[in-house]
Design a protein around this ligand. Structure first.
Ligand code: PY5
Length: 310
């Protein structure tokens, strides 16, 4: 999906809140040339004068794990980036749902491949609505595969990895579909271009295991917990064959941007009855309450800030 964005007033760059137009780096930065960066995507929901940020700390923790995998030292602490995100969101005085994008990348120095240039860190927060159609989407299996585990760190949210997802997403759109589904190296279902995937079979949730070439999604984790702890559903983490997806009772994507998006068609096969399934809609309802901090048990996932649009 292409995403239209209205630019906000401020961004955060290398320790300071700066005017949007001044949030700039040089064309010689290493991250631009070689994709040596790590990033996160976090949502904040506007609710009656508050912005509620979902699982902020978990996202920042994953940013640090991603950085460690690629030998990158982020020159701030976890607490400092959590705090910086909160301050940036407050400064922008949003009055709508937002998306927050922290990013750390190798900056200026050498263009040597092994150069460990100083790391630049930025946080961007923009108003952001829905990413994929909430009524359900049509998908296609991509001709682009997930690479094997020893080729590029799939577990890390690394900027360079997203060329693959860009190509898969673009290919799907060019062929008239809403989103791509990528297979792993052995031909099992892996994930979408920016989403994890679940199928429902006899009211049981099935999702590929994390060692199978997928990102360990925070929304995936949220859904596993909500489904098992709140709905009493069985959740199996195991490989999914392509035919199982085609014949599933229901299927959906999970992701920060995608939230819970029903999949209603794959490669010309209708999934279930071709509309949002019963289990999927129960999960959507619970997820929507959870991100707003309306379920006591998961309130600790929500960072609540007052926000009054000017
Ligand atoms: N898989 C991939 C490849 C992803 O990029 C993402 C997140 C997910 C799964 C879901 O992870 P989580 O639930 O932790 O968000 N994708 C980004 C997002 O913010 C968007 C990238 C374009 O949703």
């Amino acid at each position: 999906m292409s995403v239209e964005v209205t630019w906000p007033k401020y961004a955060w760059l290398n320790g300071k809140i700066v005017e949007w137009d001044n949030a700039k780096v040089h064309v010689f930065v290493h991250g631009l040339h070689y994709g040596t960066g790590v990033f996160e995507g976090i949502r904040g929901y506007y609710d009656n004068g508050y912005i509620k940020i979902f699982r902020l700390r978990d996202h920042i923790l994953r940013l640090f794990r991603s950085a460690k995998i690629i030998h990158m030292e982020i020159p701030y602490t976890i607490d400092e980036l959590v705090e910086a995100t909160i301050n940036l969101v407050k400064a922008n005085r949003f009055g709508k749902d937002i998306y927050i994008r922290p990013i750390a990348f190798r900056g200026l120095g050498s263009f040597g491949l092994r150069a460990k240039n100083p790391v630049d860190v930025a946080i961007i927060a923009v108003e952001f609505g829905k990413y994929l159609k909430k009524s359900g989407i049509r998908c296609t299996i991509s001709s682009w595969r997930k690479p094997p585990a020893d080729s590029i760190p799939i577990y890390a949210k690394v900027t360079g990895m997203y060329l693959l997802y860009h190509l898969a997403s673009l290919e799907a759109a060019m062929n008239g579909y809403d989103e791509a589904i990528m297979l792993d190296v052995e031909g099992y279902i892996a994930e979408g271009s920016g989403e994890n995937i679940f199928i429902v079979k006899d009211r049981k949730l099935i999702t590929p295991p994390v060692y199978d070439g997928i990102l360990e999604g925070i929304t995936r984790d949220t859904v596993i917990k909500l489904a098992s702890e709140m709905l009493g559903l069985r959740v199996e983490e195991r490989r999914i064959r392509r035919e199982e997806l085609y014949t599933a009772d229901e299927a959906f994507f999970t992701g920060t941007a995608a939230e819970i998006t029903p999949i209603i068609e794959v490669d010309g096969r209708t999934i279930g009855r071709g509309q949002i399934g019963e289990v999927t809609s129960q999960i959507i309802e619970l997820y929507n309450m959870t991100v707003l901090g309306k379920i006591e048990k998961y309130r600790h996932w929500v960072t609540e800030l007052t926000s009054s649009p000017p």
